[in-house]
Design a protein around this ligand. Structure first.
Ligand code: AMP
Length: 311
């Protein structure tokens, strides 16, 4: 496994592989890797000849009062996880490598970035879209892997790839959960034992709504109420909404197409997000629907007892 800190050294090495016709898979991350990241890497290793993982805490996607400075970092453990998982290359740039002096061009996503996290974190998806575009231009992957855990991020990136004709296939990998249901996240490391317990109500609420949906409940108001009745231990509920799984448009009335039930909440000082997909059986899926739900038709992924940190 090779580690590159500069764009030049990485692209030189990658161009050799590309001309040999090898298929390049790419997993962009912010590090502090866990089994959720490992699932993305495993999917890439299975589908591609070369897997590139980037570890970059992207300042452009953090607001001025957010956790950029204290975002958890564990480079040695990240290297070990990548090595064991079969990663070929790690890209570990400094902020100045990605945003050199004089940098001034940003990618502005459209309405798909407006609601949910886009409303709570102004500028967040502009930062995400910009860095992902740059990383795509640097790595030039055949396929890039993203987690359903960040559902709106997947929607923004798919839209951006379509709109800008970026030559990369996007694969969405289902959310990996702790054995008790909590969606894995680097930010779970902020949670003390009491907050960790309180955080469980998020997945409990989503999974209760999902179970009701599986039993035939189709009323969007009742599905949200079922989730909300469990999500009582949070300090601030930022949103709990049903959205069209493709466009992220709001859903009212009956659910008759694939939708995502998305939540964001503050547990003490920690902001957590989660979601589940609700896909009516026998829905006539369009090609675009299929893109979103192909990997992620809510097979629950649970790594059972492996904990949230790499061994
Ligand atoms: P991050 O390092 O948090 O920016 O995440 C990097 C990638 O890993 C993103 O595509 C995330 O959606 C994905 N990811 C993070 N947590 C999980 C999880 N629990 N299950 C699946 N994918 C995840």
């Amino acid at each position: 496994m090779l580690t590159f800190r500069t764009i030049k050294s990485l692209t030189q090495c990658l161009s050799g592989y590309r001309t040999s016709g090898l298929r390049i898979g790419f997993v962009p991350t912010m590090g502090f890797l866990h089994d959720g990241h490992r699932a993305l890497i495993a999917e890439s290793v299975e589908r591609c000849d070369i897997t590139v993982v980037s570890i970059f805490v992207n300042p452009a996607q953090f607001g001025p009062t957010e956790d950029l400075e204290r975002y958890p970092r564990a480079l040695d453990a990240d290297h070990e996880l990548c090595r064991k998982a079969g990663v070929s290359m790690i890209f570990l740039p400094d902020a100045s490598e990605i945003y050199p002096p004089g940098f001034q061009t940003f990618v502005e996503p459209g309405p798909v970035a407006g609601p949910l996290c886009g409303a709570v974190r102004p500028g967040h998806f502009r930062g995400v879209a910009t860095v992902v575009t740059k990383l795509f231009a640097i790595v030039q992957p055949d396929v890039a892997f993203f987690g359903q855990k960040d559902f709106q991020q997947c929607a923004v990136i798919r839209q951006m790839v379509r709109d800008l004709n970026l030559p990369v296939e996007i694969v969405t990998v289902p959310t990996v959960r702790e054995p008790d249901g909590l969606a894995m996240s680097s930010r779970n490391s902020y949670l003390g034992p009491t907050d960790r317990k309180r955080a469980l109500c998020l997945s409990r609420g989503l999974l209760a709504a999902q179970a009701a949906f599986a039993e035939g409940e189709r009323d969007s108001g009742r599905l949200i109420a079922i989730a909300q009745s469990q999500i009582t231990a949070v300090d601030q509920l930022q949103y709990l909404e049903l959205r069209d799984a493709q466009t992220l448009e709001a859903i009212h009335g009956l659910v008759d197409k694939p939708v995502a039930l998305c939540v964001a909440a503050m547990i003490g000082p920690t902001r957590l997000i989660d979601n589940v997909l609700l896909t009516p059986p026998r829905t006539a899926l369009s090609d675009r629907d299929l893109e979103v739900v192909s990997c992620a038709v809510d097979r629950q992924v649970n790594v059972g007892g492996q904990g949230s940190r790499p061994s």
